[in-house]
Ligand binder design. Structure first.
Ligand SMILES: O=C(O)CCC(=O)C(=O)O
Ligand SMILES: [Fe+2]
Length: 412
C-alpha cells in the first residue's frame, strides 16, 4: 500500500508575487486546495519550494538536534527548566502521548526565535506606545490597535505578575552556550526565515478568507507580523531500538501503535512552519530513511491517512486551530502524527515553528460564520478518541493565553 502523497507546492517566487499590493496574482485556488475546509483532499499543509538560503541553513541546524539529544545528562540539565514546565530549553519525557504514556521517543529544545525575553519585549513596546501614541505614526497606530494587552493590562507590574504566573508562556530563552554554542544562531536564523515566509503565507490566507467571507476583517498577516509570541521546537527523534523493518506490512489500523514517534494531534497556534526532516545514522551522517513508511502522516478531510512528502528545498506550513477559529472554519487544522523508523538505528531531526497570537489576543469568529462552522465535527472526527477535541479546550470569549493553557493541560 503506497499512500505517499505530495503536498500542494507553491514556488517561493509565486508566493512573493501573490503578496504584491495589486493582488492580481493571488493564489486563492492553491490556498483552498491546501488548507480549505471545503476541499475533501485538503491536508492542511502547503510546501513553499525554492526558499532562498533554506538548504544551507537547514543543514547547519538539523544535525545540531542530534548532537544536543545525545549530550551527557548533566549538560542537558543546565538547559532544562522545570519552572517553565519544560516549555523553554530541553524537554524529554514530559509530554503525554495518546493513552497518557510519557513520551520518551523524542527530545525537544524550545526557544523563541523572535525575542529572547517576551515579557521585556512587551514592556518595551508599552513604553514606545505610551511615548508615541499621540504622534501620527501609521505603524504605531496599527500596532496600538492590534495589541489587545495595551487595553487589558494597565501597569507594567500587572504584566510582570501575569508573566510570573504563566512561565510556560512567558519564560525567557535559555541556550546551551557552553556545551553547544553553535545552536543559538543556527536556531534563530532558521526561525526568522520561516517566520518571514510564514507572514507571506498568512497574507495569502487573508486574501482567500476575505473572498469567501465578506464579514472577515483580515487578521492572520497582522498576527504574524506583530506578535512576538513564536515558539520554535528543534526535534530529535531517537532511533527506535530492537524493531525490525517489515516492509511488506500494511499500515497498522491502530493509530496509537502507528504514531510511535509523535502522537496524533492538531497544532493549536495560528500557523506552524515545518522543515523537511533529516535522517542521520549514529555517526551523524545523513542517510536515506531505511523504512519507507516512517515519517509524517496526516488525515485529510475525508479521514484518509496520507504519508506527507515535503520536498527537501521547501518549508511546509500547517494550519493551526487558532487560524481555524479566526477564519470561522474556512481553513482547518488537520490531525497529524509521526511514524517511527523501524530498523537501521536512524534518528530523525526536524524543526517546527509555532507562530501564535499574543496572550491577550481574542479568539473570535468572523461575522457571518457560526460556532458549528468553526469547530466543525468533520475536523475532529479523525482524531483518536482519547485526544482532546477543540470544543473541549476552547470557548467563545477566551483569549489566546487561556486557550493555550487549556491545550497545554490536555497534553501534559
Ligand atoms: O516531526 C514532525 O514532522 C512533526 C512535528 C509536529 O507535528 C509538532 O511538533 O507539532
Ligand atoms: Fe504538529
Amino acid at each position: 500500500m503506497n499512500n505517499m502523497a505530495d503536498v500542494v507546492c507553491i514556488p517561493y517566487e509565486d508566493l512573493v508575487s501573490a503578496c504584491l499590493p495589486d493582488g492580481s496574482n493571488n493564489i486563492n485556488n492553491l490556498i483552498e486546495k491546501a488548507f480549505g475546509s471545503i476541499s475533501s483532499t485538503s491536508l492542511g499543509i502547503v510546501a513553499i519550494t525554492n526558499v532562498p538560503k533554506l538548504p544551507s541553513l537547514r543543514l547547519k541546524l538539523l544535525p545540531i538536534a542530534q548532537k544536543l539529544g545525545t549530550l551527557p545528562a548533566d549538560q542537558l540539565e543546565e538547559v532544562t527548566v522545570p519552572e517553565a514546565e519544560y516549555q523553554v530549553g530541553w524537554s524529554h519525557g514530559r509530554e503525554k502521548l495518546e493513552g497518557d504514556k510519557p513520551d520518551f521517543s523524542k527530545g525537544s529544545f524550545y526557544a523563541n526565535p523572535l525575542t529572547e525575553n517576551l515579557t521585556e519585549c512587551m514592556l518595551e513596546r508599552r513604553y514606545q506606545q505610551s511615548k508615541k501614541c499621540n504622534k501620527n505614526n501609521d505603524i504605531m497606530e496599527e500596532l496600538l490597535e492590534w495589541d489587545e494587552s495595551f487595553q487589558s493590562i494597565k501597569t507594567d507590574e500587572e504584566l510582570r505578575a501575569l508573566a510570573q504566573s504563566n512561565p510556560a508562556f512567558f519564560a525567557p530563552n535559555v541556550w546551551p552556550s557552553r556545551s553547544m554554542p553553535e545552536l543559538e544562531s543556527a536556531f534563530i536564523d532558521v526561525g526568522k526565515l520561516v517566520h518571514e515566509v510564514g507572514t507571506m503565507v498568512a497574507k495569502c490566507c487573508d486574501s482567500y478568507v476575505s473572498t469567501n467571507c465578506p464579514g472577515y476583517e483580515p487578521k492572520l498577516e497582522k498576527i504574524l507580523r506583530h506578535s512576538k509570541c513564536c515558539k520554535a521546537r528543534l526535534l530529535h527523534y531517537f532511533a527506535t531500538e530492537n524493531e525490525s523493518n517489515n516492509d511488506s506490512a500494511e499500515i497498522e489500523t491502530d493509530d496509537t501503535e502507528f504514531s510511535n514517534w509523535c502522537g496524533w494531534h492538531n497544532d493549536h497556534g495560528s500557523l506552524t512552519g515545518l522543515l523537511p526532516a533529516l535522517y542521520l545514522n549514529s555517526d551523524g551522517e545523513i542517510v536515506d530513511c531505511p523504512d519507507s513508511k516512517a515519517g509524517l502522516y496526516i488525515k485529510n478531510r475525508s479521514g484518509k491517512l496520507v504519508h506527507a512528502k515535503i520536498p527537501e528545498n521547501a518549508i511546509a506550513f500547517q494550519v493551526g486551530e487558532t487560524m481555524q477559529i479566526h477564519t470561522g472554519g474556512l481553513l482547518q487544522a488537520t490531525p497529524h502524527a509521526v511514524r517511527g523508523c523501524k530498523g537501521g538505528k536512524v534518528s530523525r531531526e526536524t524543526f517546527a515553528i509555532f507562530m501564535e497570537p499574543e496572550y491577550h489576543s481574542s479568539m473570535n469568529l468572523p461575522v457571518g460564520r457560526t460556532l458549528e462552522d468553526t469547530q466543525c465535527v468533520e475536523a475532529e472526527k479523525w482524531l483518536p478518541s482519547n485526544v482532546r477535541t477543540l470544543r473541549s479546550r476552547w470557548k467563545l470569549g477566551m483569549n489566546f493565553g487561556e486557550f493555550s493553557d487549556a491545550t497545554f493541560a490536555a497534553f501534559h
